[in-house]
Every structure is written in C-alpha cells, then in structure tokens.
Ligand binder design. Structure first.
Ligand code: SAM
Length: 214
C-alpha cells in the first residue's frame, strides 16, 4: 500500500502534503468518482441512491420530481437541507455536486428567481450531473468542473453553500473553508454533512493513499 509522506517534506503545502502527494490524492479521488459516475453499486458502506435519500429524510415531493436517474446517482452522507431553510431567490453553491441530486434539490428550493451552482473535481461526475439534469425539468442550475479546492466564483456570491460528503475527501480542508467563506455573502450560511474521525486511524490506514478514496 502506497504511504504518503505527510509532514516529511521540506517543501510542505497546506494540509502538510507535498505537491506530489496533493496531486496523487486528487487523482485517487477522481479515479473512484469516475467509477461511481458509471455505477455507485458496492462502492459505499452506507445507504445511497433512493434508499439513502429516504433514510436521510429528503422531501418525498422533491425526490419524486427528481426522477430515477438523479436519485440513483445520490451518494451523500447526510442531508444538508435539514440544517436550515433555503429560500426562493437564494443563490446556492453545492461544493462537490457529484451526480447532481443535492444540486437539483437546491435548484427546486430556490426556484426561478434563484440559482444553484455545482462544482466538482471529477470530470466524469460533472458530466453525469449535466446529463442527469438535462433530463430534469429545471433551468436555474449550472455546473463547473474544478481542478482543486478553488471556488470559481467572485467573493460574496452565495447566500448558502451546501456540501455532502466532500470535505473529508480533500487533502486541503483549510482551502475548502477559506474558499467557501470567501464566496459566501456576509451573513451567508454553510450547511454541510460530512464524515469526521472520532479517534486516531490505525497505523496501516494513517498515511495510506488508498484510504483517501474509501
Ligand atoms: C459524496 S459525493 C457528493 C454527493 C452529491 N452531493 C450528491 O448529490 O450525490 C462527493 C463528490 O465530491 C467530489 N469532490 C471531491 N473532492 C472535491 C473538491 N476538492 N472539490 C470539488 N469536488 C470534490 C467528488 O468528485 C464527488 O463527486
């Protein structure tokens, strides 16, 4: 198993990784999610797809409107919409939009006077979201593929930033949060669901490149 040299390099980057390791971690994430964009079956240890959305309490009316393709792609770890109200007219960023189900929910809540913008690190996932949403009855959504934690929008663009199972995947979590806060309007909100460590990882997983995509 390939071991990362976090904190070992003299040319350390944010997160403690060398630029080579940052690149490798992002590549391993892209590889996993390129596979997930084809089929998520057997790739997660928690409920995904329609069953996951039901278990997490998503609005049944919006699930019905989303249809089977968007629901089948859903692989979030929680429900960011349970954390606060998203209002008609809001401008929302989905940080790591995956196959687009959360983005569709955001677009439905903000309505025609609002906008929902999704960004994703994985080309294939961004394409899957675009394909899924092209078949849905919604027009206030846009999707961009990104190469790192940078948010390709001006300062103070968003009322709310949502994210679902993404920040744990990033080797540069400080950059995620500083970009999210930069892009939020003053008084804006971040509503995210994610995976956190409750205790130290076992030695064989700590520093393992493969562990980043599990
Ligand atoms: C668990 S899925 C997101 C689920 C999604 N919200 C949904 O509705 O199904 C995680 C996504 O985050 C993307 N990702 C990982 N790191 C990222 C980063 N630094 N910036 C943007 N997207 C990222 C992955 O490519 C993947 O598509």
């Amino acid at each position: 198993m390939r071991q990362l040299d976090q904190h070992a390099s003299s040319a350390r980057k944010p997160g403690g990784f060398s630029s080579g390791d940052l690149k490798e971690i992002r590549n391993v994430i892209r590889k996993k999610y390129a596979e997930v964009s084809v089929s998520a079956d057997g790739k997660f240890q928690y409920p995904i797809g329609r069953d996951g959305a039901i278990a997490l309490g998503y609005d049944p009316a919006i699930m019905q409107k989303a249809g089977p393709r968007l629901l089948e792609s859903f692989c979030g770890v929680g429900n960011p919409f349970s954390l606060g109200e998203i209002r008609p007219g809001d401008v929302v960023l989905d940080f790591g939009c995956g196959g687009g189900f959360d983005l569709f929910v955001a677009g439905s809540l903000v309505g025609e006077s609002g906008r929902a913008c999704g960004i994703d690190l994985t080309e294939e996932m961004a394409k899957r979201a675009k394909d899924n949403l092209a078949g849905a009855d919604i027009t206030n959504i846009e999707i961009r593929k990104v190469d790192s934690e940078n948010v390709p929008y001006a300062d103070h663009t968003f009322d709310v930033v949502i994210s679902n199972g993404v920040i744990n995947l990033s080797p540069d979590k400080s950059a995620c949060f500083s970009e999210i806060y930069r892009a939020l309007k003053p008084g804006g909100r971040i509503q995210f669901a994610d995976v956190v460590l409750e205790s130290k990882l076992p030695a064989d997983l700590s520093g393992s490149l493969e562990a980043w995509s599990q």
